[in-house]
Every structure is written in structure tokens, then in C-alpha cells.
Ligand binder design. Structure first.
Ligand code: ACO
Length: 432
């Protein structure tokens, strides 16, 4: 804490409140407003939490203006180049990179928990094949919360570790089973010898040739790593709020999955592919769509361009752009998705050179490229958000653990600005 403080004076009562300023390591300092209520009787009001820090966290740092994303202090670019998803998961959970023994033990703990209860397959089969996979996923997590209901002990470190490992291992296996089911394939079994990404690709596409499996697993591993955490976004905040009631961690993660499902959070990469399909099937060229996006009379926007936080380049987009280009350069002209990817590359080129997009800093975002890479790997569109949830489970459990270990841990209970009726007397139905 600094010695800085902000003094607020109530113009009516002349009372004052001193609000201490909490110093952040990076990013804006934070005003502790608790004295507002205690000393002056006021609440603060901030719909959408645009100016609210909801917790203290040491996990992820984002600077949108500078295009920075760091996990535990490590730039995402460096992790994507030198690390992998499992090691990054260890880092996010433990605040340090593992040594050889630690990594081996962590990887072993994860892969030995791939043996998810087979009853989950029955849960999946209850759903119609056209159901959205995110809804199926939440149902599977509800099943796990029922199964592990008896011994919830969130203050116990061992309980938390076991639940953490179980969640990180189970969600990818369940995701692959959901994919098997919606593709009308047989359920595939996981293998303890494989990493999370290799296992997912092997379960999802058992008939793929080994080279292709290898290529897809590498791309998938980086996609998982890039999506593993993004500080206090809507789904992570949901997991924290839900978990703050000391509910089952499986139930808290189910709440996070439900939040991530929304189109303004996890669903943007699906929208990118829909847009590319629309352009492909129309008789208009790419330039026509660029002009439509620039036309202020038209509500059309280029999906996968621009970002609320990153007003410089989204650092994840740069990394995945490279993978997309490498991946797509290997496709031959007979690939049915080739025309779609050609459109994507044309859009990218136009937008990066066009003054409208350059002056507004509307760069392609992570969803633009992740949609393309997932499509190239062969993942059905409705599964894109599931892939995101699979990766983000690591961030969610890291935040859940951090919240419980916080000395200020208590149930989250926002207040409100009440604008409803004042006290009203009940009138009998015949008198209304
Ligand atoms: N296509 C065309 N014009 C755009 C686009 C776009 N994709 N995005 C923004 N603009 C224009 C706006 O019209 C506005 O122009 P003006 O200044 O002349 O009025 C200017 O750029 C600024 O736009 P805002 O809407 O103020 O930017 P904001 O930060 O609010 O929105 C958002 C960011 C929602 C991501 C927006 O860029 C967008 O809708 N993009 C397309 C959807 C998308 O890709 N979403 C995924 C984001 S990534 C993620 O969530 C993981």
C-alpha cells in the first residue's frame, strides 16, 4: 500500500472519508472505496465493472494499449515459443515454472486422471445431436459436481489440488466425447501416454494419419496455451463469484462454461467462419464486404477485427496468425476449405492496408485466426467455444484457488442502486 489517499467530502453533511490508494505492480493503482460506505453511507456504482477492480490477483497481466499479455510475468509470446500447455498450466497454478521432476509429476497426475467416469457418455447420449455442445458440457460438469458432492472441503489444500487436477484432465476428455457424439462417431478412449492436446486430437480424429495428427496436436497445444487465462473476464469473474459461496468447484466451472458460451464472450470465432461462408457463397467480392464494413450507414462489421481491450495488436493474434499461415500454406487446392481460407487471407491483407482499419487500429484479433485454424483442423463450428472452455478451465481453477487462499476471501455480494417503488400497501385482488 502507498501512503497515497483520496479524500472525499460529502457536500451536504461535510463529513469526509479517506480512501487509501492500493499500489499495483503494473497497471493502474486502485482506490479502496470501502470507507465510502462505512464513513459516508454511500455505495459506488459501476455497471459493467468498467472502473472496478474486483479482487487482488497475481496470475495474469494485460495492457491493452501496449498489446501485452503476461502469465505470471512471462510474456505470452515467449511461452508460445518455448513452453507448452501443460507446463503453462503448472505456471498459472503455481506461480513458477516447474523443474523436471515437478513437471513430470504434474503431467503424470493429469494423465492418470484421464479416466473420466464412463457414465458421462450416457449423459451425452441423452442430448439430441443438434444440441449445442456448450449445453452438453455444462450438464457433464453438473454430473461431476453430483458425483463429487460428499467431500467438498475447499479450505483443504489436498482437496483443492485433487479437484484442480481432475478438472484439467476431465474437461478435455469430455470435450472429445462430445465431439465424437455430434460427429456420430464411436466414443474414443484417452491414453495416459499423451499430452492433453495429443489426446484430444487422437480422440477427436482417430483415423487421421500420424503426420497430420502431429501437426494438429501442435497447433491445438498453442491454441490451448493462448486461451488458458485472460484475467478477470466475464467467465472468470463468474467462477470466482460462484466459487465464493463455497460451492463445489465442478459447479463453479459449470457456471463459467455457461458464461463463456455467450456470443460476446467465447462465440466470436464461430461468427468469423459464418462471415467467411457468407462471402464465399455470395456473388460479391471481398472488397465489397470491406466497403460494407466501412460504410457508417451499414451495421455490418468485419468479424474477427478489433478488440475492446487490445487497442494495439492482440499479442495472441500475432502468434496464431503464424500458425494459421503455416497450416494453410500446406493445404492443396483440392481441400474443400481452401476457398474459405483464401477469402480470409484476402480480408486480412485488405484490412491491414486500408486506412479505415489502420487509423482505428482494427487489427485481426485472436478469434479471426483461431476460427480459421480450428476449421482447418476439422473441428465443427459449434465446438469452437468448447475448445476455448477446455483451455480456460486452467485459468478458472487457478483463479478459484487464488481466491480461496486470499486473506480477504468472503462470499461475493454486490450491492445495488434501488430505483423501484417505495413502500406500497397490498391491495386485495378485487380492488386492483
Ligand atoms: N469492422 C468495421 N468497423 C469496426 C469494427 C469492425 N470489426 N470494429 C470497430 N469498428 C469501428 C467502429 O465502427 C468505430 O468507428 P467510428 O470511430 O468511425 O465510429 C471504431 O471502429 C471503434 O469501434 P468501437 O465499437 O468503439 O470499438 P469497441 O472497442 O467498442 O469494440 C469490438 C470492440 C466489439 C471487438 C468491435 O471491434 C467488433 O465488433 N469487432 C467484431 C466482432 C469481434 O471480432 N469480436 C471478438 C472480439 S475478440 C474477443 O472477444 C476474444
Amino acid at each position: 500500500m502507498t501512503n497515497k489517499k483520496i479524500t472525499i467530502k460529502d457536500g451536504q453533511s461535510n463529513n469526509e472519508a479517506e480512501l487509501p490508494v492500493l499500489e499495483s505492480i503494473l497497471g493502474p493503482d486502485v482506490v479502496d472505496i470501502r470507507a465510502l460506505e462505512k464513513d459516508l453511507g454511500y455505495l459506488s456504482h459501476d455497471p459493467g465493472f468498467m472502473a472496478t477492480s474486483s479482487c487482488e490477483s497475481k496470475i495474469t497481466f494485460i495492457d491493452g494499449n501496449e498489446g501485452k499479455l503476461w502469465y505470471r510475468g512471462y510474456p505470452i509470446e515467449e511461452l508460445a515459443e518455448k513452453s507448452n500447455f501443460i507446463e503453462t498450466a503448472y505456471l498459472l497454478l503455481n506461480d513458477k515454472l516447474p523443474n523436471n521432476n515437478e513437471l513430470e509429476l504434474f503431467s503424470k497426475n493429469i494423465s492418470s486422471s484421464y479416466n473420466v467416469d464412463p457414465a458421462i457418455k450416457n449423459i451425452i447420449e441423452v442430448f439430441d445431436k443438434s444440441s449445442h455442445p456448450m449445453a452438453i458440457m455444462t450438464a457433464c460438469l453438473s454430473y461431476l459436481s453430483a458425483k463429487y458432492h460428499d467431500n467438498i472441503d475447499i479450505q483443504n489444500k489436498d482437496y483443492r489440488y485433487k479437484s484442480t487436477i481432475n478438472l484439467i484432465s476431465s474437461v478435455p476428455v469430455i470435450s472429445a466425447w462430445i465431439l465424437n457424439y455430434i460427429l456420430s462417431e464411436q466414443f474414443q478412449e484417452p491414453s495416459e501416454k499423451r499430452s492433453i492436446a495429443e489426446n484430444f486430437i487422437n480422440m477427436a480424429f482417430p483415423k487421421l494419419d500420424p503426420d497430420q495428427k502431429n501437426l494438429s496436436s501442435k497447433a491445438m497445444d498453442i491454441i490451448f496455451l493462448l486461451h488458458a487465462d485472460h484475467e478477470q473476464n466475464a467467465s472468470t469473474s463468474t467462477v470466482r463469484l460462484s466459487g465464493s459461496s463455497e460451492t463445489s468447484p465442478y459447479a463453479a466451472i459449470a457456471a463459467g462454461i455457461s458464461t463463456l458460451w455467450g456470443p460476446t464472450h467465447g462465440g466470436a470465432n464461430e461468427a468469423v467462419i459464418n462471415m467467411l461462408e457468407e462471402i464465399k457463397n455470395s456473388d460479391k467480392d471481398v472488397e465489397h464486404y470491406i466497403n460494407m464494413a466501412k460504410d457508417k450507414e451499414n451495421t455490418f462489421r468485419l468479424m474477427g477485427f478489433g478488440h475492446r481491450i487490445y487497442k494495439n495488436y492482440d499479442p495472441r493474434a500475432k502468434i496464431i496468425q503464424k500458425i494459421a499461415h503455416e497450416y494453410l500454406s500446406q493445404l492443396d487446392n483440392t481441400n474443400p476449405n481452401k476457398p474459405l481460407f483464401d477469402i480470409a487471407m484476402k480480408l486480412e491483407k485488405f484490412a491491414l492496408e486500408d486506412d479505415y482499419f489502420v487509423s482505428r487500429k482494427l487489427y485481426p484479433n485472436v478469434d479471426f485466426y483461431s476460427g480459421i485454424v480450428l476449421k482447418a483442423i476439422g473441428i465443427p463450428q459449434s465446438m469452437y467455444t468448447v475448445i476455448f472452455a477446455l483451455a480456460r478451465t486452467v485459468g478458472w481453477v487457478a483463479h478459484w484457488n487464488e481466491m480461496i487462499e486470499d486473506k480477504n476471501f468472503r462470499i461475493g455480494r454486490p450491492r445495488q442502486l434501488y430505483t423501484g417503488k417505495n413502500k406500497t400497501s397490498y391491495r386485495d385482488i378485487k380492488d386492483r
